[in-house]
Design a protein around this ligand. Structure first.
Ligand SMILES: Cc1cc2nc3c(=O)[nH]c(=O)nc-3n(C[C@H](O)[C@H](O)[C@H](O)COP(=O)(O)OP(=O)(O)OC[C@H]3O[C@@H](n4cnc5c(N)ncnc54)[C@H](O)[C@@H]3O)c2cc1C
Length: 433
């Protein structure tokens, strides 16, 4: 097997990862002097900010993922390959995966990050991460299966383990997910499971630090806490989870909560490919780059997005690992690459456009660089920004219709338990990421 990419006179730029950064770069280079090879282990781009809505049966997966080949239809100089790259050879300028080796003139590492379990094997084995659409679907199934089981479980203790849910990590993902779970409990479960006493369901949000939404303003974190408490979420601050055996989760405060579903949204660590110099890998498993986004000592190798670690005066601990950083880095690199002479290249400067998180209907928080607001207008702003960012007109329309429907009816229609099933002789892992 080989990559089967034609040799041409054009310099070849290989982009690893079709997330926010890789996709934005490939899109901007599609009509350039380069031959672009875009590689991802999936054949689609995932819109991570809406994973939680798939997990909570509010959106179908197909409206937040987008097939790569559709984006680059008729783009003759863009080649897509679906494979997981395991190793780079910086001396020979090659990348290696199970389909072979491929030479590059320029290499862009935009491989993003994965869930960080901080080395705790037990937590990694039993907790549910949410870093891919497959994991979001797994969570949706796990929630639905356990409510079905709860109906036929007479023992109170055992039933509590099935119906109580613990979310770990009070960043935007944890806040959005626990708010969404609280709304599921309030509006939907009483209708779907009238035999179940939904007052017995507890949703916990455990955050290791002293406040929710670290990195956002005090106003935002106070409002988020209030909104979650109004929705009945049991928020525990300064609660560091130290173990989870699949039944009980325990914290440094001595709390022990019985739950079969612990959702882990407590941190990320960079994805890895072998072959990078060890001094280029810094905290959080990120790749250190200079302000031209190049890996030191390798001006033809770049890192962008979550995986890139760029220290500047304004960001002494690296840039925020959010979609805007990834997109802005990609746009910047594309602009530099369009210039023939590298001495004309400009250093990257991040423009902070603000941050936002939603807790539930009419409840969200928005921090703009000079202004912060909460409540209904923040929620409307959150909806608009996310709708605008989603790829594809069809997806925008489907999501908009879903949101309006859910808002008007207090209901979602996607609570289907569909489990992938492989034909005999095929592994189910072949079907799932
Ligand atoms: C649940 C959740 C909610 C979020 N909400 C927000 C939000 O509201 N706002 C916001 O700004 N940010 C949010 N983020 C963060 C945001 O999604 C990331 O900052 C952004 O995706 C980073 O873009 P990236 O291109 O660096 O990496 P990614 O988008 O993660 O893309 C990396 C790509 O690389 C591929 N890949 C990895 N390793 C390999 C390999 N070895 N070979 C081939 N392909 C590989 C992956 O399949 C993936 O497609 C959220 C993240 C999560 C998980």
């Amino acid at each position: 097997m080989s990559f089967h990419i034609p040799e041409t006179d054009r310099p070849r730029i290989v982009i690893l990862g079709a997330g926010f950064a890789g996709l934005a770069l490939a899109t901007r280079l599609q009509k350039s002097r380069f031959q672009v090879v875009l590689i991802d282990k999936n054949n689609y781009h995932q819109f991570q900010p809406l994973f939680y809505q798939v997990a909570m049966a509010g959106l179908e997966p197909s409206s937040i993922v987008f097939p790569l080949r559709k984006i680059f239809q008729k783009k003759e100089q863009v080649y897509i390959r679906v494979t997981e790259v395991q190793r780079v050879d910086l001396e020979r300028r090659e990348i290696h995966s199970s389909i072979g080796a491929l030479h590059y003139d320029y290499l862009v590492l935009a491989i993003g990050a994965k869930t960080n379990f901080f080395g705790n094997e037990n937590i990694a084995r039993h907790a549910i991460p949410m870093k891919s659409v497959a994991e979001a679907l797994f969570l949706r199934n796990a929630v639905l299966v356990d409510y079905e089981k709860a109906l036929i479980t007479p023992d109170y203790e055992e039933r509590q383990g099935l119906i109580d849910i613990v979310v770990v990590g009070g960043g935007p993902t944890g806040v959005e997910l626990s708010g969404s779970l609280a709304e599921l409990k309030k509006y939907i479960l009483p209708k779907d499971y009238p035999e179940l006493n939904t007052d017995e369901i507890d949703i916990y949000l455990l955050e290791g630090g002293p406040a929710l939404l670290p990195g956002m303003s005090d106003k935002a974190s106070t409002a988020a806490l209030r909104y979650l408490q109004e929705l009945g979420v049991k928020v525990k601050l300064n609660a560091l989870v130290n173990d989870y055996d699949g039944e009980h989760v325990s914290t440094n405060n001595g709390d022990r909560i019985h739950s079969k579903k612990v959702i882990w949204a407590a941190g990320i660590t960079g994805n890895t490919v072998a072959g990078l110099p060890s001094d280029a890998i810094v905290r959080g498993n990120r790749i250190r780059v200079n302000d031209l986004l190049q890996v030191e000592g390798h001006p033809e190798v770049f890192a962008l997005g979550d995986i890139a670690y760029l220290e500047t005066k304004d960001y002494p601990k690296g840039h925020p690992q959010v979609a805007q950083t990834a997109i802005q880095m990609a746009r910047h690199l594309a602009r530099n690459l369009h210039l023939d002479k590298p001495d004309e290249w400009r250093p990257f400067r991040y423009k902070d456009l603000g941050s936002m998180a939603t807790v539930g209907r009419n409840r969200a928080v928005v921090d703009l660089p000079k202004w912060s607001f909460q409540g209904f207008f923040a929620w409307a702003a959150w909806l608009l920004v996310h709708l605008f960012q989603i790829l594809g007109v069809r997806n925008k329309m489907v999501i908009f219709v879903n949101w309006v429907w859910n808002y008007l009816t207090y209901d979602q229609s996607l609570r289907l338990l569909i489990k992938p099933k492989a034909p005999r002789g095929r592994l189910e892992s072949e079907l799932i990421e």
